[in-house]
Design a protein around this ligand. Structure first.
Ligand code: PNW
Length: 478
């Protein structure tokens, strides 16, 4: 028999319904689907950005350079020599950005505070103009019913801090800065993320050199940098709590998300083991207050030097854990002592515009589940999820980023699974509100749900913004 096309089938169905005197309820299929894909009441929908990626105005309001200003201005370090000098000019356009957020209907905005605006020299005398700027941003958000979530460190380390993260003093300077910001803002800002993605600002900055400050240190020194990164987080938690009794504190981290190749007991166990082992110097240390012995043994003489009290600070209890989730790693159980093997990725694996964003939406479910099964955090936020796409403005003046919609929809479907199974996921922040300065990739990779014309900083909602708005309005994956 000849196969019926969908269109023919639709016509036939409609015709037989009409014959039987029935009218098909509008959206009948859609509604049934949405009911099963609902998020809980009070779920926080949001967008995320980071200061250096959107603000521009690098010399205004008393700001001094961060390591990213210096790095981006060093020839050969970023795509086409792009810098964050202007970026999205959000320093001036924050009211417009707030309008975009309001149009989406989000409840939360995860933004980062530029350390060199608050302490231009990294420490010492705070800069009132920097504090005032963020007070105005918070005013605007609150006036529009949007809850600010502060990330206190999203990689823009003040250049003036000698030695950067190689110096233990930087962890103490960070804690002073974090405590100061908490003190200034905690009457109106309730949620603080200490740091964003340990591996990105330690390993990529100091081991592989792709990110600022672009160093390639040997393993022992690089491990010490990692230690200073998580120590900063721990001392920061203590400082925030000391300065703001009611503040909610957590970390925003991108642990490698391991997906079991087959969903059975052995492979699920392998994914859990891999999560703990492969994230040993970062999330595991933070949530256990201890480096796993296997990590210390593996690193041997290169293991970090730990001082008294470090691990207690690092393991400070958290109110929530933020997870940045983009891509999966597949893992299987094997007979090895560690009990798992990470699958190599085949060359044909599908990816988004950034080659590292491999598409495997189950990573969203498993990132949540592995972390919850291992460490039972009180709450989880998805602090970032999103993708780059080769967006173009059509002659009709639109950006039809259907592949970003596909990416978001499938990841949210998997997040909804986690929520439905009872994992304590409280919110989700799309990366990103706007196209922006994508670090070493400069302006060549677009992650926004709003398009930005970098010749004039004009914003344009993409199809994905419309889609996100609909999902938020229905509190469901649509
Ligand atoms: C995250 N990688 O960075 C950051 O938190 C954002 O600032 C960034 O814009 C976003 O993801 C998109 O890249 C990452 O190469 C950058 O594995 C690179 C990697 C991971 C995270």
């Amino acid at each position: 028999m000849k196969e019926m096309t969908r269109r023919q089938f639709g016509k036939t169905a409609a015709a037989s319904a009409a014959l039987a005197g029935l009218t098909l309820p509008e959206y009948s299929f859609g509604q049934a689907a949405v009911e099963g894909r609902q998020f809980p009441q009070g779920f926080v929908w949001g967008c995320a950005t980071a200061a250096y990626q959107i603000e521009g105005a690098v010399k205004e309001g008393g700001r001094k350079p961060s390591i990213w200003d210096v790095f981006a201005h060093t020839p050969g370090k970023t795509h086409d020599g792009d810098t964050g000098d202007i970026a999205d000019d959000s320093y001036h356009l924050y009211k417009e950005d707030t309008r975009l957020l309001k149009n989406l209907g989000v409840g939360g905005y995860r933004m980062s505070i530029s350390w060199p605006r608050i302490f231009p020299d990294g420490k010492g005398k705070p800069n009132a103009a920097g504090v005032d700027h963020y007070q105005r941003v918070v005013d605007e958000l609150l006036a529009n019913g949007i809850t600010p979530y502060f990330t206190l460190f999203h990689w823009d380390l003040p250049q003036a801090l000698e030695g950067g993260w190689q110096s233990r003093d930087t962890a103490h300077a960070y804690a002073d800065y974090a405590g100061y910001v908490a003190h200034q803002f905690s009457d109106r800002v309730k949620a603080f993320f200490t740091t964003n993605e340990f591996a990105s600002f330690t390993d990529l900055g100091y081991r592989t050199g792709q990110f600022a400050p672009g160093l390639r240190l040997p393993a022992g020194q690089a491990n010490q940098v990692r230690h200073h990164g998580i120590l900063a987080h721990g001392l920061g938690v203590q400082a925030i709590r000391a300065n703001a009794a009611t503040a909610q504190v957590g970390v925003a981290e991108n642990p490698t998300a391991f997906v079991p190749v087959i969903e059975d007991r052995e492979n699920i166990e392998a994914a859990r083991r891999a999560t703990r082992e492969e994230n040993a110097p970062f999330l595991t240390a933070v949530l256990e207050g201890k480096y796993p012995d296997s990590y210390l043994e593996r690193e041997g003489a290169n293991a970090p030097k730990i001082e008294d009290g470090d691990m207690k600070a690092i393991g400070s209890p958290l109110d929530f854990v933020g997870l940045n989730v983009y891509s999966p790693h597949y893992v299987r159980a094997d007979g090895s002592p560690q009990g798992y093997a990470i699958e190599p990725r085949q060359a044909s694996y599908p990816h988004m515009d950034s080659p590292w964003i491999i598409v495997g939406p189950e990573c969203m479910y498993w990132a949540v589940r592995n972390v919850c099964d291992l460490w039972h955090p009180r709450a989880i936020y998805i602090t970032e999820n999103g993708c780059s796409a080769e967006d173009v403005v059509t002659p009709a003046g639109r950006v039809e980023d259907t592949e970003r919609v596909m990416y978001l929809r499938t990841h949210l479907t998997n997040l909804q699974r986690a929520v439905a199974e009872g994992f304590p996921v409280k919110g989700y922040f799309v990366w990103s509100l706007l196209d922006n300065f994508e670090w070493a990739d400069g302006y060549s990779k677009r992650f926004g749900i709003h398009y930005v014309d970098f010749r004039n900083e004009k914003r344009l909602p993409k199809l994905s913004a419309e889609w996100y708005r609909a999902a938020i309005a229905r509190n469901a994956v649509v």
